[in-house]
Design a protein around this ligand. Structure first.
Ligand SMILES: *Cc1c(COP(=O)(O)O)cnc(C)c1O
Length: 387
């Protein structure tokens, strides 16, 4: 009973609160006034230009989710049944699903213990004659080791896809995440730094994918060529789907992109506060803090701690829950999930993945979060781990 009374006196610290920048309603009003509701309109174009310039991409195409962008990347990669795509198991299901939907096979390799990104030293041994692509995930907005991975992809003529869902505005040796592979997929889901609720984008850095990408995007039609005046009537020219978001989503996204610098900086400030706040626990070898290589900048997407084992981690999540602090785990590894066992295969030992999954806890982090809320999380974790 005592703990419940204490919790009641404290303000809840939610894991995530989506940002609102103030112009969302104004832009939605413009969509309504213009009677331009469906996709590929004015706001979509403005968001696409923003992304293209920011990422220095050949093209950037808005989608209704990162899942959709990953599916587009899988179609563009011309995966045939039985083809293989090398990826980490420590990721969200969509990275693998996109491949499985083409009847191709995700091949999971282990991650690095420091960044929890794919272990670049394990990729080459997993390559077979069926390997078509490598899909990296920039976990927590920290880029994978792209110099090595790009060399491997070039040497073996593999398509390189970035699942950059968490990495908008992160950089690797000064290059933006999303400009490091042939194709890159972003998410604007509610849990990401900027959001339209559900939303995403595909960035194209290799021009050979551009023309077909627009066709796949608009149901396999050459509607874009028609819009640009190149063909008189548009028609069905390839297979595709409806991967477009409506103009309402694009309107909200533009309002958010306009303030992405502020949003990112606010997140990074909380991230740094946590990082300083947990230095002592890392020194005492009670937790491991995130590690950002010197050649990477991160976007404050996520702050996590790695506990020594699942028991300690689960106890911490539960105790924080009692204090109304939202702190979830991250990823049941795909290689041990039901669908992963059925549709994918692993290459080598995945013990780093298993350990990260067992020990990881994500802490509340969002734009507009008060420093005092972060301090409360830091103090609570210290108190709980001392018990
Ligand atoms: C959020 C996320 C996705 C899925 O994004 P949606 O926009 O919800 O489809 C895919 N991959 C990773 C790594 C993610 O974090």
């Amino acid at each position: 009973m005592a703990t419940i009374n204490i919790a009641n006196k404290m303000t809840r610290v939610p894991f995530n609160v989506p940002p609102v920048t103030g112009r969302e309603l104004e832009y939605i009003g413009e969509v309504i006034n213009r009677r331009e509701f469906s996709g590929n309109g004015t706001f979509t174009a403005r968001c696409q230009i923003w992304l293209k310039e920011r990422l220095n991409a050949v093209d950037a195409i808005l989608t209704h989710s990162c899942t959709a962008a990953l599916e587009m990347a899988a179609i563009l990669s011309e995966l045939e049944p039985g083809d293989e795509v090398i990826m980490p198991s420590f990721t969200f299901v969509s990275t693998a699903n996109a491949v499985v939907l083409r009847r191709a096979v995700p091949v999971f390799v282990d991650i690095r213990p420091d960044t929890l990104n794919i272990d670049e030293t394990r990729i080459e041994a997993a390559i077979t004659p069926r390997t078509k692509a490598i899909c990296v995930v920039h976990y927590a907005g920290v880029c994978a080791e792209m110099d090595t991975i790009r060399q491997i992809a070039a040497k073996h003529k593999l398509i390189l896809i970035e699942d950059a869902a968490q990495a908008l505005l992160s950089t690797y040796r000064g290059t933006p995440a999303g400009h490091l592979g042939d194709l890159a997929c972003f998410s604007f889901h509610e849990t990401k730094n900027v959001t339209t609720g559900e939303g995403g984008a595909l960035a194209i850095n290799n021009p050979r994918f551009s023309e077909r990408a627009y066709i796949i995007w608009e149901k396999g039609t050459n509607r874009r060529a028609h819009k640009l005046g190149a063909v008189e009537k548009y028609s069905w020219v390839d297979y595709g789907s409806s991967f477009l978001p409506s103009e309402f989503m694009a309107a909200i996204l533009l309002a958010q992109l306009e303030q992405i610098e502020r949003i990112t900086e606010e997140r990074r400030a909380i991230w740094r506060r946590y990082h300083n706040g947990f230095a002592d626990l890392e020194a005492a070898e009670i937790v491991q803090r995130p590690s950002v290589p010197a050649h990477c900048t991160h976007n404050g997407h996520l702050y996590y701690l790695l506990l020594r084992n699942q028991k300690e981690r689960d106890r911490l999540i539960q105790s924080l829950g009692v204090e109304e602090i939202g702190a979830p785990f991250h990823y049941v590894p795909l290689h041990s999930s039901l669908a992963g066992l059925r549709y994918a295969r692993t290459h080598g030992d995945l013990s780093v993945t298993d350990n990260a999954s067992a020990g990881l806890i994500r802490l509340p982090l969002h734009a507009g979060m008060a420093a005092s809320a972060a301090d409360r999380v830091i103090d609570s974790i210290h108190a709980i781990l001392k018990r």
